[in-house]
Ligand binder design. Structure first.
Ligand code: 13P
Length: 281
């Protein structure tokens, strides 16, 4: 199965109410765990590379490894730049062979977000790469008190113009989730999500998947979310398993590498089943 853009499968997810997960993979070992999970449940999967890792000197080597892994997988695997910080970073991702890029202009004024997203779409589409943008702003879980974040929620009246003028393929929206660990229990505005889905011609994406209940995930997918990003929950699990292993006196390299791979495999399997992605490859 080739390395593929997830655009078509995410569109199917919107129609059939499943969501394709993006798992941020900081290393090849982590990615191997995610792909093993996807193969075990016959699901498509997106391997995300976060923008901060992307500019490290070793990024070309890591990307080459991810590329070979994806090409050898038995299920569709996409490589996606997560939260691309600039036009240049998106172009670099395309050069590295990524199939999908996110340009995150959510902290910019609307017009500037639209301008750069449009440029990214023009370049990416010319070579068959699909693009995600963000409208509204999904902040950090530790950043806002409940209620404060509402000021950054996506406004339905802005969606149509942004999507049609930019040509973007999928849109990340803010309706109550946040990145990282939550300070207080997250509250999702599913009525707002329904409105956003009604005005958007492209599938919607939910960031900040860690820390939500199974009911919240199901409500979001029912409300039109077709791609969900998850990172922190898996990182927390690795931390907990590493601490336990250390307490048991096992701190050697192979034990630690196994914890990373197995944590990714176990939690990615859980999310692929929860999101209805299992069996969709
Ligand atoms: P979490 O780390 O909160 O799961 O969010 C991941 C994410 O949205 C990456 O883009």
């Amino acid at each position: 199965m080739p390395l593929v853009s997830m655009k078509t499968l995410i569109q199917s997810g919107r129609e059939q109410h499943f969501a394709v997960p993006l798992f941020d993979v900081p290393s090849l070992n982590a990615a191997i765990g995610a792909v093993e999970a996807a193969e075990a449940v016959n699901a498509p999967v997106i391997l995300g590379m976060y923008n901060a890792w992307f500019d490290l000197p070793e990024a070309p080597a890591v990307c080459a490894g991810l590329h070979a892994l994806a090409q050898g997988a038995k299920v569709p695997v996409s490589l996606m730049l997560d939260h691309g910080a600039s036009y240049i970073q998106c172009i670099k991702a395309i050069r590295f062979g990524f199939t999908d890029v996110m340009f995150d202009g959510s902290s910019l004024p609307f017009a500037e977000n639209l301008r750069i997203t449009s440029l990214v779409c023009e370049a990416a589409h010319a070579v068959g790469v699909s693009v995600e943008a963000e409208l509204g702003h999904v902040g950090l879980g530790t950043e806002y008190e409940v209620g404060e974040a509402r000021a950054h929620f996506t406004q339905p009246q802005m969606v149509q113009e942004f999507v049609s003028a930019s040509g973007v393929d999928m849109l990340a929206v803010a309706f109550g989730t946040a990145h990282g660990n939550y300070k207080t229990t997250p509250q999702l505005d599913l009525d707002l999500l329904t409105q956003l889905n009604a005005v958007s011609t492209v599938p919607l994406v939910m960031h900040g998947g860690s820390g939500l209940s199974e009911e919240q995930f199901k409500g979001a997918i029912q409300g039109g979310i077709a791609k969900i990003n998850v990172a922190t929950h898996i990182f927390n699990e690795i931390e907990a398993r590493t601490a336990k292993s250390a307490a048991d006196g096992k701190t050697n390299l192979f034990a630690i590498e196994a914890i990373i791979r197995e944590s990714f495999r176990d939690l990615c399997t859980y999310y692929l089943q929860l999101f209805g992605t299992a069996g969709q490859a």
